[in-house]
Design a protein around this ligand. Structure first.
Ligand code: GLU
Length: 314
């Protein structure tokens, strides 16, 4: 049978490897949905590793994003993952959605760029504040996303819970098509800007971004210190010409404690040697820098990454 013969050939090939050589090291990079920013950056990273780290066979995987990615790392099903710095912190410390199930294996590689919490609403829904979401149909992010946690926390800061809104768990792409078809009134999106899914809906429908003003941001930060105040500059999306105040967290690249120091060192070095490739994949890739790579880092660094920063003079 062809399968048996293939298995035999594969076994013979492995047996024929010269002493000291090893089979390919598979590096799965857990990203997010395809209409986000993690996914195109993850694709670029896989390309960088395949071209510049001998012996590595890297690929990107579409996932539900941050919380799902923590679980993939914990189960050994991914070697690298994009995770929001707030979610990584909760996982490493066993708090919030990780209450009672601390994930000790998470180690930091680098922080990357700000992820902005964008509450996109149909203009016709007349939603002028977070409190106005009461009674509305709201897409709160995919199951297992960091977006979903941000949605819950921001609603809470405005005195609302999921009982006060009609919640649906949708990826960014699904949220955009549901807004377009009028099946939801608003959607939370935590991602680098511009986010493809929002660009997409903004050219098809009249939309607004609901502000998280400074008083609400302050309240939110008292309980969840990872949020920082930012603005979505006017002109980021078609038809949204005014700056909008909101909050942001940070995207991080995370790995597992059990990965060899040397492998993580080589991956980290390849990342920083090839930053322009990240900038080509998405403009937020241009925010990644050696100087900023430990700002907002909410995990202990992996020793391989720490060695890279030390040698790079950081
Ligand atoms: N930060 C988002 C999340 O974890 C995903 C962002 C993206 O896909 O770019 O929910």
């Amino acid at each position: 049978m062809a399968g048996t013969r293939l298995a035999f050939v594969a076994a013979a090939l492995v047996a024929a490897l010269p002493v000291g050589a090893s089979a390919a090291e598979f590096v799965t990079i857990a990203a997010g949905g395809t209409a986000g920013v993690y996914y195109p950056l993850g694709g670029a990273l896989a390309e960088i590793f395949n071209q510049h780290v001998p012996g590595v066979n890297a690929s990107v995987q579409a996932t539900g994003a941050s919380v799902a990615n923590v679980n993939l790392l914990a189960q050994g099903q991914a070697e690298l993952a994009f995770i929001q710095n707030d979610i990584a912190y909760y996982a490493a410390n066993g708090t919030e959605m990780f209450q009672g199930r601390k994930v000790a294996t998470l180690k930091g590689v680098a922080t990357l760029y700000p992820e902005v919490i964008q509450i996109v609403a149909l203009k016709q829904a007349n939603i002028r504040s977070v409190a106005d979401l009461k009674g509305k149909r709201v897409a709160v992010g995919d199951i297992g996303s960091g977006t979903e946690a941000n949605a819950r926390q921001i609603l809470e800061a405005a005195g609302l819970t999921y009982k006060d809104v009609s919640v649906s768990y949708l990826s960014f792409a699904e949220a955009a098509s549901n807004l377009r078809d009028g099946h939801v009134d608003a959607a939370f999106v935590t991602a680098g800007i511009p986010t493809a899914a929002i660009q997409d809906i903004a050219v098809q429908k009249e939309v607004t971004i609901v502000a998280v003003p400074s008083d609400l941001a302050r309240k939110l930060r008292q309980r969840y210190p990872f949020y920082t105040a930012v603005t979505v500059p006017g002109g980021t999306y078609r038809g949204i010409d005014q700056d909008v105040a909101t909050v942001a967290v940070k995207a991080m690249l995370v790995t597992r404690a059990d990965l060899p120091d040397d492998l993580v060192f080589r991956l980290t070095r390849a990342l920083f040697d090839n930053l322009p490739r990240l900038g080509q994949a998405h403009v937020r890739g241009k925010d990644v820098s050696l100087e900023g790579a430990r700002d907002g880092m909410s995990l202990d660094l992996h020793p391989g990454a720490a060695r890279f920063y030390q040698q790079a003079g950081g």
